[in-house]
Design a protein around this ligand. Structure first.
Ligand SMILES: NC(=O)c1ccc[n+]([C@@H]2O[C@H](COP(=O)([O-])OP(=O)(O)OC[C@H]3O[C@@H](n4cnc5c(N)ncnc54)[C@H](O)[C@@H]3O)[C@@H](O)[C@H]2O)c1
Length: 306
């Protein structure tokens, strides 16, 4: 794929990682970040990613930071928006983008929850608006959900998928813009059951983590649930579903156990207690473990051994 100019709107947690991975793929990336302190810390945050991978930081020269939107996105083939999660703000950004880019520039939102059709509702050229949901940290997690809305053209879906594939990501095409897309729906279906099990006293929260990590999670990186169902046979899958589904949690809305935790200020690692209890050291050990795992996986993927 030829090198392109790409705009990134918002240089925060997601935006700086997206900028890094696109520059590493050979593109010129201009980041619009209105907050001076975030702009100032961008080079240091980008260098930290290069150090994590052991990359030559030379390609960071392809990334520039801007305090104005229009120069950052001028002549861009794609813009990835990673600004704060507020509909009115994103709508304003997309309106400003439309007046600063060509009619065929792809405008992709990294929103976790806001449909891109709502973000682009008032635009003139709506066929180029699409969702591109990266997972955190975007330079380490391979998946990007590419979410088509009812106005997105097939060409824009294909172009976005191709760009991301070329940048080493694993893009998937989500055909409709539904809340939670695919990944978060699956993740929260499991969390819902996990919280209900702990609330009912069936096991403690640590046991849930062991069961997932050492059981189904141990194979999930190489065996998705659809393959796994076909592997064991759909007859067995149906037999289990007949017995089990009636017993799964169906609490409407978030479980009272979760609401109670939040009401009591038990928010997780940042307050020392959530579903489990944490010290600064044990919380840090989890972060380190996750980071090491991601980096090893990403390096292996680059070498083609995963
Ligand atoms: N954090 C995650 O785990 C995660 C995962 C997937 C998707 N997302 C989505 O990505 C988007 C960004 O999230 P984040 O976690 O990077 O947030 P963040 O707060 O770390 O970054 C947002 C950045 O946007 C900047 N900003 C503020 N106003 C702006 C404006 N008017 N125009 C452009 N930039 C502006 C902020 O200064 C900040 O640097 C959100 O839509 C979020 O839902 C986040």
């Amino acid at each position: 794929m030829s090198e392109r100019k790409i705009g990134v709107v918002g240089g925060g947690l997601m935006g700086h990682g997206i900028a890094y991975l696109l520059a590493a793929a050979g593109h010129d990336v201009c980041v619009f970040e209105p907050v001076a302190a975030s702009r100032a810390s961008l080079p240091q945050r980008l260098h930290a990613i290069a150090a994590l991978f052991g990359d030559d930081p030379a390609h960071l020269r392809r990334i520039s930071a801007h305090d104005q939107l229009a120069p950052a996105v001028k002549d861009a083939a794609f813009v990835f928006e990673a600004a704060p999660e507020r509909l009115s703000l994103k709508q304003r950004i997309f309106a400003d983008l439309e007046s600063a880019v060509a009619p065929d520039t792809v405008l992709a939102s990294n929103s976790s929850a806001i449909p891109s059709s709502d973000i682009g509702r008032n635009l003139k050229y709506r066929q180029r608006v699409i969702g591109a949901h990266f997972w955190n940290p975007p330079h380490l997690v391979p998946l990007v959900e590419v979410i088509e809305n009812e106005k997105t053209s097939g060409e824009v879906v294909n172009k976005t998928m191709e760009l991301l594939r070329h940048a080493g990501k694993t893009p998937v095409h989500v055909h409709r813009d539904i809340p939670g897309f695919v990944g978060n729906r699956l993740q929260h279906a499991m969390k819902r059951e996990a919280i209900a099990l702990v609330a009912a006293g069936i096991c403690d929260a640590e046991t849930i983590d062991i069961v997932v990590r050492e059981g189904p999670g141990a194979r999930m990186a190489v065996l998705g649930p659809m393959e796994q169902s076909d592997l064991v046979g759909l007859d067995l899958t149906l037999d289990i579903a007949e017995v089990l589904y009636a017993h799964l949690d169906r609490t409407p809305g978030p479980h009272p156990f979760l609401r109670e935790k939040v009401k009591d200020g038990k928010l997780g690692m940042k307050t020392g207690e959530g579903l489990r209890t944490w010290t600064a050291e044990s919380a840090d050990a989890v972060r380190q473990r996750l980071s090491r795992f991601f980096v090893e996986q990403a390096k292996a993927r680059r070498k083609g051994s995963v």
